[in-house]
Design a protein around this ligand. Sequence first.
Ligand code: SF4
Ligand code: SF4
Length: 421
Amino acid sequence: METHLASWIKSTPDGEVAEAILRRCVHCGFCTATCPTYQLLGDELDGPRGRIYLIKQVLEGESATRATQTHLDRCLTCRNCETTCPSGVEYGHLLDIGRKIVEQQVSRPLPQKLLRTTLRETLTRSWIFTPAMRIGQQLRPVLPAVLRAKVPVPRPAGLLPTAMQLEEHQRRVLLPIGCVQPAMLPSIDAATIRVLHRLGIRGETLAAAGCCGAIRHHLGDERGALQQARRNIDAWWPRLEQAEAIVLNASGCSVTVKDYAHLLRNDPAYAERAAAVAARTRDLSEWLPTLVLEFLGRQANPPGVKEAVVFHPPCTLQHGQQVRGQVEKLLLAFGARIQPVAEGHLCCGSAGTYAITQAELAEALRKRKLGHLLAGSPDTILSANIGCITHLQAGTEVPVRHWIEWVDAQLATLGATASPR
Ligand code: SF4
Ligand code: SF4
């Protein structure tokens, strides 16, 4: 696509990135067909090609309007369009630049400003969010339905291996503990640590680091997001040498940490370490299944689970990281009956804070997704990201869990022989 960027952006780092991305787009529109918001709203400007066009207009000097901002706000950042695009257009990075510029040009109505500030400042601070979630969980039965839907039923985390048991393992990985997951479903981190322990790997938790930066990034607070990324790099760096990898069990976080190299590329003090951290980062869903499969292969009595399950691959996993199929392969090895799911490429509507800032669209997408997930009456829905898990669970009585919780429970039934040294 031919571009004529305005002089105020053209030779800036953002301008150069945007121009390179825009030039790859041939305006074919293949991406539009797989865009969830286009499918719901049927408006070209609520699809990737239309949004690319809107961003191009702004970068070429046209003033952004509230309508421009609304069309960009409605994007889920699911990056389904990147998977579909035959020209390799990095839509996500272009959207980040477009949103940032539009935010500078267009003032939001006060209620939106208040909501976005509240989300940014509370979700990313565990000393505020954790006690608030505890209170919410205690009051859950009497909460209004709209609030109850945001508060998951607590699941016991279960017993953890002792520090002494973990010290025995030669192999270790860093396990950054995120901002909202430990408060909402601590069972996910506990299951991860237990499964790693069974495999003879020490999962070294890094509670001090905090949020990966995704929440601030998606709410337009670029400075805050970069500060969080720098804090994490400082916290992880001294321990990185002894670890095989940085492993994250929420795909919304792993996709962000893998992007640190891009986000901090212009920061001379951090660019090199950011690139190294990104290169060493793995999502649990890409890193662990092979190890569990090898472990199962060594068992005298392989498991024969009879459960019917469906797996919902988060967009941040299948589109953001192009990781597909590993978890399903593992579930099959346990004997699970995996049911096929129509429209598996489409977003469930969670998308970080989207379920709050764009509640109606998020609800419509959840309804559509649950319709497909529940079509074969599965016993359990499994996924790989805290946001998707809690969002989907709010719309169904069928249990929705992280796949690592399910694997942890299955391995526990194998008994003591399952613990190697
Ligand atoms: S982003 Fe890719 S698929 Fe979409 S219009 Fe541009 S070239 Fe075509
Ligand atoms: S990121 Fe998702 S919602 Fe946004 S334009 Fe691409 S496909 Fe559509």
